[in-house]
Write a new protein. Structure first.
Length: 309
């Protein structure tokens, strides 16, 4: 069962790399390597939180659980366990380098237990962020799923402030944009596009909503950061973090229109964009690269959407 399932998954991944070409594939792998190197400096407990949020989000977003259960019976949970264990591979590697063996064990425990958590299919409407700008349908939906973890990040930042650890606030601020970007990767229905007068209006609306909503979400972390009495250099790094995560969210919005029918390729590109975002935070001059990527995706969107709207 596992051999058949993962052989199919491997074929899909190979086809994706083949479709991308050699140079883009090598670039994606290089970004993944840089991302692993960057993660090695993050505290182990934050790496654990990232894995937990990522694995749970993927589990809850899956639409094929019923199909897998019909095909394999209750053994389908072993497939989900194996996927979660594979997902943890880069996390095991980083934690092993940090000699954080307890966190490695906790990831294995979570990977085994997550498939037994039922999907949250309920008519209860979770609350969303009250200050989201009107028209932010994707952001409001994402905050219903992410709101609890968002509050956890704010709580962790406050605890870090109490203990004088400014790094916790920095990492929480980065994680906020990265996790939200992942939740924004949702299919675009054709009828959604007809809410906009033109392709230019749609793109301008996405830019405005992205920068406004990201500022609202990142504001608690910035206020805590200000309480540390940071230097001008520290304030500049906050601006870079805000701008780079805003560009990441905008890139996600553009990706949704370019790869609405190919979620796997879309996911691969998104992880590469995360690497660019984190490298931009570390090396602010790379903001030009991130801005160039955003402009390229925006132009591609404009040419595609112009023929539809």
């Amino acid at each position: 069962m596992l051999k058949l399932y993962f052989s199919l998954e491997l074929k899909i991944i190979c086809r994706i790399f083949k479709a991308m070409g050699i140079v883009p594939s090598l670039m994606v792998l290089a970004v993944f390597a840089a991302l692993l190197f960057y993660m090695s400096g993050i505290p182990a407990h934050f790496i654990l939180v990232v894995y937990m949020v990522l694995a749970l989000s993927i589990q809850q977003a899956r639409k094929d659980k019923t199909l897998l259960q019909n095909l394999f019976g209750m053994k389908y949970r072993f497939l989900l366990m194996a996927e979660d264990l594979l997902l943890g591979t880069p996390f095991y590697f980083v934690l092993f380098l940090q000699k954080s063996y307890l966190q490695m064990l906790l990831i294995v425990v979570m990977a085994i237990s997550f498939p037994f958590i039922p999907s949250c299919n309920t008519d209860f409407r979770l609350p969303t962020h009250p200050f989201m700008k009107k028209g932010s349908m994707e952001y409001k939906r994402s905050m219903r799923l992410y709101g609890f973890f968002y509050l956890l990040l704010i709580a962790a930042s406050f605890i870090g402030f109490c203990y004088g650890n400014i790094r916790i606030t920095k990492v929480a601020m980065w994680l906020d944009g990265i996790i939200l970007g992942f939740l924004l990767l949702m299919p675009v229905t054709p009828t959604y596009l007809y809410h906009y007068a033109s392709s230019g209006h749609l793109i301008r609306s996405k830019i405005l909503l992205t920068f406004y909503n990201n500022l609202i979400l990142i504001l608690p972390f910035l206020l805590l950061y200000m309480c540390y009495q940071p230097s001008w250099q520290d304030l500049g790094s906050c601006f870079v973090a805000y701008f780079s995560t805003s560009l990441l969210l905008l890139q996600v919005n553009f990706l949704r229109f370019l790869f609405s029918s190919d979620n796997i390729l879309e996911g691969f590109i998104y992880f590469a964009l995360i690497g660019v975002c984190l490298l931009t935070i570390a090396f602010p001059l790379l903001l030009l690269l991130s801005l160039t990527i955003t402009l390229y995706l925006g132009c591609k969107d404009y040419s595609i959407l112009k023929a539809i709207i």
